[in-house]
Write a protein that binds this ligand. Structure first.
Ligand SMILES: NC(=O)C1=CN([C@@H]2O[C@H](COP(=O)(O)OP(=O)(O)OC[C@H]3O[C@@H](n4cnc5c(N)ncnc54)[C@H](O)[C@@H]3O)[C@@H](O)[C@H]2O)C=CC1
Ligand SMILES: O=C(CO)COP(=O)(O)O
Length: 320
């Protein structure tokens, strides 16, 4: 199956490299200069320096080159996906589209598959998510991910097409669960980074991860997602990775907040918009989301870490 990857950031490039080791992959960048540089150097120096493009990868800025791809991975940030789908990628609306982003859309409260269903209703909407760092995938290190698609037959075909000998995909039809796990773990990673950055300790981080997971389960239940999906790679797995690794950009933003340090606003940090989206979304009104609300307050500078911590610690004692 010929694979297209739309979006030549760190993750799109890493997935193209992994899949390009077993077949033909078109890696589409919206930037002609970047596509040319990748063709010439066989690297993506801007987003994934040091990783060689594998043999099967053809970089291109011509969206027409995605036409003969039977499946296209959408590897741009969550808040950019709607515009990309409605714009240059509109011609791909008749095939499986696999979102590779993690987040909740700020304007609508939808996850990635919800946005695909709205903008490209003729496509099969799927999601690839789970614990993985682009640099490690590009190096061929073993990685397990969740592939979610409501169409039970289609998800099996895609699972075979997108797995390799070191990239092991597990499948589920619970798209809501998979997208919530991937989106919300980023919010919790910001919270954990802030606690570590401020020197509040590993015990506090473990508490935040656990109570954050409880919050994720409450949100999942409100959206009709299956709790066992949250316990899998896309939820618990990715929560563990992002809340404990300083390779995570969401965790790094948290560290900067905790240390009172500056953070480059150009870095892709999905958890900030997701925290805002969760607080804003009508569907979650009335849910007890203290950590998500705290992260939204922190990233928007409405509250300082000491006052957020004081608020969390002053909550009434309750049953676990
Ligand atoms: N980097 C990683 O290790 C992982 C990233 N992800 C997810 O992948 C998604 C993308 O992240 P990264 O690749 O790391 O970000 P990145 O910052 O490295 O790259 C984002 C890319 O998206 C492109 N882009 C933005 N808007 C676009 C549009 N409208 N049309 C086409 N391309 C567009 C940019 O030009 C850029 O190349 C995020 O949702 C992230 O959570 C998931 C797992 C691992
Ligand atoms: O999603 C990721 C790990 O699974 C990458 O994390 P960051 O986006 O926080 O870097």
């Amino acid at each position: 199956m010929r694979v297209g990857v739309a979006g030549a950031g760190a993750f799109g490039t890493a997935l193209a490299i992994a899949l390009g080791r077993k077949g033909a992959v078109t890696l589409w960048s919206r930037d002609e200069g970047q596509a040319r540089a990748m063709r010439d150097s066989r690297q993506n120096a801007a987003r994934l320096p040091g990783a060689d493009l594998s043999e099967g990868v053809t970089p291109s800025a011509d969206v027409g080159e995605l036409d003969d791809c039977e499946v296209v991975l959408l590897a741009m940030p969550m808040q950019q996906m709607r515009a990309a789908l409605a714009g240059p990628l509109a011609q791909l609306a008749d095939r499986p589209l696999v979102a590779c982003c993690k987040g909740i859309e700020l304007d609508t409260g939808l996850g990635p598959t919800g946005v695909i269903a709205e903008v490209a209703p003729g496509a099969t909407a799927a999601l690839l998510t789970g614990p993985s760092f682009a640099g490690e995938i590009a190096r061929g290190l073993p990685t397990a991910l969740t592939l979610a698609c409501a169409d039970a037959a289609r998800v099996e075909t895609l699972q075979r097409a997108l797995s390799t000998d070191v990239l092991r995909l597990y499948r589920t039809t619970d798209t809501a669960g998979a997208e919530l796990g991937g989106a919300l773990k980023n919010v919790m990673a910001i919270a954990c980074g802030a606690v570590i950055g401020a020197g509040l300790g590993n015990s506090a981080r473990a508490a935040l991860m656990t109570r954050g997971y409880a919050e994720m389960l409450r949100i999942a239940a409100a959206r009709g997602a299956r709790p066992e999906t949250l316990a899998g790679l896309s939820g618990f797995g990715d929560l563990t990775l992002s809340c404990t690794s300083d390779m995570s950009r969401n965790y790094q933003l948290g560290l900067a907040i905790g240390r009172g340090a500056a953070f480059d606003p150009a870095v892709t940090v999905e958890g900030a918009a997701t925290a805002r989206a969760m607080v804003k979304a009508e569907a979650y009104r009335g849910l007890d989301l203290p950590i998500t609300r705290a992260v939204a307050d922190l990233v928007d500078g409405r509250e300082t870490l000491p006052s957020v911590m004081a608020r969390l610690l002053a909550r009434s004692l309750k049953e676990e």
